[in-house]
Design a binder for this molecule. Structure first.
Ligand SMILES: [Zn+2]
Length: 227
C-alpha cells in the first residue's frame, strides 16, 4: 500500500465531516482517524495497519522526540483548526514499547539531574566550608587578639552574605583586608556595643554609628594590638 507521505512523516488526520474507509467501506462517522492513500482516499487505521499504535498527545517535547526515535512506525496526528485555518498537531501515534522506553529515559534524566544537583550542593557546602576557614584565618591574622571563636562567627556571617557567589574570585576578593575589616567592624558594632539597642529605640543609623564609633575603635585597637 502506498500511503501519502509528506516529507518522511506519516500523517493521520482527525476528520471534521463524515467519512468512510476507501478499502473496507466502513462508515467512520465524524471525527474519525484516517490516513489518506493515493487512489483510495480515506482509509481507517485498521486498513492502514496503524491501529496497533498508541496515541501520545503533544506537550512533552522530550518524551515525543524519544518515543518517535524508538518507534519503528510512527504517524503524526493532525486536526483541522477552523479558527486558525490550518492543521494542528495533536500528538503522535507510536508503538507502546517506544513510549515506555521514552518514559524510562526521561525518568533517568530526572534522576541524573537530581544527582547533579546533589553534587553541586555538596561542592557548594565544601566551598563554603573552605571560605569560612580562610575568612576566619584572615580575621585571626589581622586581629590576633580577637576573642577565641569570634573569628568563626564573623566568618560564618560573611559566608552567608557571599553565599551563592562564593566562586574563587569572589572568595579571594572577600578576603581582601578592607572587606575583612568591614566585616569585623559590623560584628563588633552589633555584638560589643549598644548599636542594636540604639537602632531599636529609633535612632538614625548614622547617629547610632557615630555614638558607638569610639567604642568600636577601642575594641578594634585591642584586637589588633601586636604586643
Ligand atoms: Zn478500513
Amino acid at each position: 500500500m502506498s500511503q501519502i507521505k509528506q516529507g518522511t512523516e506519516l500523517k493521520v488526520f482527525i476528520t471534521t465531516g463524515d467519512s468512510s474507509c476507501g478499502e473496507c467501506g466502513e462508515q467512520l462517522g465524524r471525527h474519525a482517524w484516517i490516513t489518506l492513500v493515493e487512489g483510495k482516499g480515506a482509509l481507517c487505521l485498521a486498513c492502514a495497519d496503524l491501529d496497533h499504535l498508541t496515541f501520545l498527545p503533544s506537550g512533552d517535547a522530550a518524551l515525543t522526540r524519544r518515543a518517535r526515535k524508538h518507534s519503528t512506525l510512527s504517524a503524526v496526528v493532525l486536526k483541522w483548526s477552523r479558527a486558525r485555518k490550518r492543521y494542528e498537531r495533536q500528538g503522535l501515534l507510536v508503538e507502546e514499547q517506544a513510549i515506555e522506553q521514552a518514559e524510562q529515559e526521561c525518568l533517568a534524566d530526572i534522576e541524573i539531574r537530581a544527582r547533579r544537583r546533589e553534587r553541586e550542593a555538596a561542592r557548594r557546602a565544601e566551598l563554603d566550608q573552605e571560605f569560612v576557614s580562610s575568612f576566619a584565618a584572615r580575621v585571626r591574622q589581622l586581629f590576633p587578639h580577637c576573642p577565641a571563636g569570634q573569628e568563626t562567627v564573623i566568618a560564618e556571617h560573611a559566608c552567608q552574605k557571599y553565599s551563592g557567589r562564593v566562586g574563587r574570585s569572589a572568595a579571594a576578593k572577600a578576603l581582601d583586608e578592607q572587606t575583612v575589616r568591614l566585616a569585623v567592624i559590623a560584628h563588633v558594632r552589633h555584638a560589643e556595643t549598644d548599636y542594636d539597642a540604639l537602632l531599636a529605640q529609633g535612632d538614625e543609623r548614622s547617629e547610632a554609628r557615630a555614638q558607638v564609633h569610639d567604642a568600636v575603635a577601642r575594641i578594634l585597637a585591642r584586637w589588633e594590638a601586636s604586643e
